[in-house]
Design a protein around this ligand. Structure first.
Ligand code: PHE
Length: 498
């Protein structure tokens, strides 16, 4: 069995201490800091050269009050001694003065002295009834003052009752202390029978090479089994990992990625999507409006006019519109985009000719109270397809394909409502883990009221939904806030390939 010189010295010190010692004593004997000794001792124990056993021992420690009494005597003792000096009888005040007791101590002294039948009190006069012998508590206090004694030692001396009383009086505290007892084994003794090993070299230095000493020294062996420290290399945030996966799926399906401004005019966020200006979703509790600057520019006047007319009376879309007076000022207001549909509709206005197959995965904002299900800033996944002759079946097919690639086999569609699509759908996917159908996105075909003002002449399939819910499903997270808490422990613990 190979040991290092230091390990050999530790075994030797242990042998000199009689083959058994507690860790502190052994550290002192070996001239090593306790932590170093313990780490060596554990390694020696792993190799069967010594054994470490842990003992939980109780130790009694004097409290501040206990220390005072241990030095000066228990108050009741001081009181009866003073009374003795005063001839066995005195007024309480006089006795207290003689004993040098504070008011508080006097109360304690009186209580105990009477309870023990040492004194009697009558009309404020104290009389000594019995001269007490030394009590076990006093003995215990003395011992504790000299040095800390273990509870075991005190109990051996028959002071168990005294300890209990002292603890009840708050004069001592019992603390648990772990003692490590180290004992040499037969194997350890055998190692000591051999010579002390030479110093092993663990690092090859330039000096060793240049001087040629490397030829004669002994090198320490590598322990190839020793566990290395965990390594946490840089990695993508789990939300970004899913974003990346979604990008790849869209790209595989022939889509292009688009992006748009986070700060939008209400025009693109709402008006171009045929959302009336008094729609509840526009109200303050849902939408963040910017205070400064509060307004943005509107697009080409013909487009704005067409949108305005469509809202008012349907313009040439075949609709009757919403029937109210449209306000350009309301449309100019700046908002934090509440959905990525603002971005796809803006793109559509600039690209009115087919084919358009684009998607957007990006941040949106809503004035939500943050809780386990909601954040004020989150992500949406959005897509549109504008092409000759596409229809509802294509929409459902594309969405099913998208989900299938994400790992969701079962998809369902339900009729729904959005101001800008007709028909409108809500899609749900089945999560086998949760055994539940989860709503993932809204979808539909843009209404003529939306596409006509933009000059778009072909059907536009559109869908959009939250990203975080998907990430939570994938990671098994129940609280959305966990995703953005930047909890390094959680981030590091996530498997790279779930
Ligand atoms: N924008 C809708 C939302 O935020 C989703 C949607 C997008 C619905 C496109 C229909 C078409 O919930």
């Amino acid at each position: 069995m190979e040991v290092s010189p230091r390990e050999w010295d530790i075994l030797k010190a242990l042998e000199e201490l009689g083959g058994e010692a507690n860790a502190e004593d052994l550290a002192e004997r070996a001239g090593l800091p306790l932590a170093t000794l313990m780490s060596d001792a554990r390694s020696l124990a792993d190799r069967g050269l010594l054994r470490i056993s842990e003992l939980v021992a109780k130790r009694a420690m004097l409290t501040e009050e206990g220390r005072r009494y241990a030095e000066r005597g228990l108050p009741e003792r001081r009181l009866v001694e003073a009374l003795g000096r005063l001839g066995g009888e005195a007024e309480i005040g006089r006795a207290a003065e003689e004993a040098g007791l504070s008011r508080q101590e006097l109360a304690i002294a009186l209580g105990w002295a009477r309870r023990r039948g040492w004194v009697s009190v009558e009309h404020g006069v104290l009389r000594l009834l019995e001269a007490p012998t030394v009590m076990p508590e006093e003995e215990a206090l003395k011992m504790l003052l000299k040095g800390e004694a273990s509870v075991g030692e005190l109990i051996e001396k028959g002071l168990k009752g005294a300890l209990e009383l002292l603890e009840k009086r708050g004069l001592i505290e019992l603390v648990e202390e772990t003692k490590r007892l180290i004992r040499i084994t037969e194997l350890g003794l055998e190692v000591l029978r051999g010579p002390r090993p030479e110093e092993l070299v663990s690092h090859l230095t330039p000096e060793l090479i240049v001087s040629g000493r490397w030829r004669s020294v002994r090198f320490k062996r590598f322990n190839l089994e020793a566990p290395g420290p965990p390594v946490y290399p840089g990695r993508m945030h789990p939300v970004q990992e899913v974003v990346q996966e979604i990008r790849e799926i869209f790209l595989e399906m022939g889509f292009q990625e688009i992006r748009g401004p986070l700060v939008e005019t209400a025009f693109w966020n709402f008006d171009a999507l045929f959302t009336p200006q008094d729609h509840p979703a526009r109200e303050m509790h849902d939408t963040f409006y910017l205070a400064d600057p509060s307004e943005g520019g509107l697009p080409a006047p013909e487009l704005v006019r067409a949108v305005a007319r469509t809202h008012e009376d349907g313009w040439e879309t075949g609709s009757t519109g919403w029937g109210y007076k449209w306000s350009a000022d309301e449309a100019r207001r700046l908002v934090m985009r509440t959905h990525t549909t603002a971005t796809t509709i803006r793109y559509l206005a600039e690209h009115p000719d087919p084919p358009v197959w684009v998607f957007c995965v990006d941040r949106v904002y809503r004035n939500e109270r943050v809780d386990y299900k909601h954040l004020a800033e989150f992500h949406q996944i959005e897509g549109i397809v504008m092409d000759v002759g596409v229809g509802l079946r294509d929409l459902m097919g594309i969405l099913s394909e998208f989900y299938r690639k994400l790992g969701f086999k079962k998809v369902r569609f339900w009729p729904s409502y959005f101001p800008y699509t007709e028909p409108s759908l809500q899609s749900t996917v089945y999560s086998p883990e949760l055994r539940a159908w989860i709503e993932l996105c809204g979808a539909g075909i843009f209404r003529p009221e939306v596409v006509r003002p933009l000059g778009v002449k072909h059907p536009v399939l559109a869908w959009g939904g939250g990203l975080e819910r998907l990430v939570m499903l994938k990671l098994g997270v129940k609280d959305i806030r966990v995703l953005y808490r930047n909890d390094l422990g959680w981030l590091r613990g996530l498997p790279i390939c779930p």
